[in-house]
Design a protein around this ligand. Sequence first.
Ligand code: HEC
Length: 397
Amino acid sequence: MRAQPISLCLLLTACQGAIQVTPPPEEVPAMKVIATAAIERTRPTRTTPGAWSNPSALWLQSGEVTVLDGALVRQKSGTDFSTLTVGTDTESTLPGVVKALSRRGEGVLLAATGGFFHDAPGRLLRAPVSDDFSMETIRFIDAVNGAVWVTTSTDAVRVLNGHRETVRLNDEAEPGAVQAVVGRTAASALVVKGASLYEVDLGAKTVKTLARGLATVTAIAHRGETVLLGTSDGLIEVGTTVTRHTLGPIVDLEVVGDTTLVTTTSQVLQVSSVAVVLADVTQPWPDALTKDGTGDVWFLDGASLARLSTSITLPPPSFAADVRPFMTAHCRSCHATGANYAPQLDLENYGTAKTWAARTVSRLTDTLAPMPPANTEVLTPAQYDVVVRWVEGGLLP
Ligand code: HEC
């Protein structure tokens, strides 16, 4: 389904305002921290398609990989790349340097030094609202349900139905500047100000403090109802609770379907209950990571485009050959008999292990209350990866 055309184009400079919100003083629960170590599996084959002069951003548009290369926008067509029109037939424009981009269904919204650009059939079009923003200062944009949430170097701004409103968050406990705004709906958003994370409801004019202690926000993304924040100190997942995965400094973050891709300062990772290394990267870029319809992952590494053919996968592990020996070695001592106050679970039995599979993965990856209990044995992600792959691979007997 295609996203609706954005309301940005209707914006009038005259419609501007500010909404003031102040959080009530409250206890803020501590962020949960999960030590997600990157693990190695067989890496996908890496190729470098196309010849590039100065690539700086990459996105998926109409299902095709699209690259901003210097002043040109080039889109994959067949085995090659062809130039995509920017602007109308009579008036062409240059995007300049991409500052931020946001996925909109199948399409894209770019904030570049030349203005805001959105996808149209076979081209990119500049939105008139561009003239109301100093494009140099834009840090993030996020198109959600017809609203566009814009983070400038100083403000969190919502553009909706031709109105541009600044969210002013007054928290005595947080003197820091606005870092990012991520839309939840057209009326509510998450705001990171200084090291604090808030949920703001502009309809009710309320705000709730969700977490403190955030580092520098470098990327934003949505995975269903969950908001992901890439930071200089790992990946933050904001769902019903706030969890930080210690993956290292994050440069880029992209969710495609149910795949979460992350670029750190040295690697491209696919993150689920474990983080799997897809490739090394020597010169990572923000806004330069995606996955196409065939399942291949694309990213920019310095001046080259990298394509990872993810079609080659290992056969998934089976319970009898791979998982049962793991359960015998690491779980049996307590769970077979119910020793040490453990619930009696015959995890060496296929049926029981299958029933407890989801719980098992969440306890294996849980660094606060892991299984086995931390005072008995600490397993590394590489050790329990066999169980994760068994679950991902369809729980083979
Ligand atoms: C040293 C003893 C011990 C070992 C070894 C052990 N467990 Fe546990 N396990 C417990 C205890 C005690 C509980 C109940 C308390 C709790 O949930 O933390 C428990 C609870 C569980 C539960 C159910 C609790 C829930 O979250 O619903 C699962 C599933 C589980 N363990 C899986 C495993 C797996 C898988 C292994 C091996 C990788 C393992 N355990 C190894 C002691 C152990």
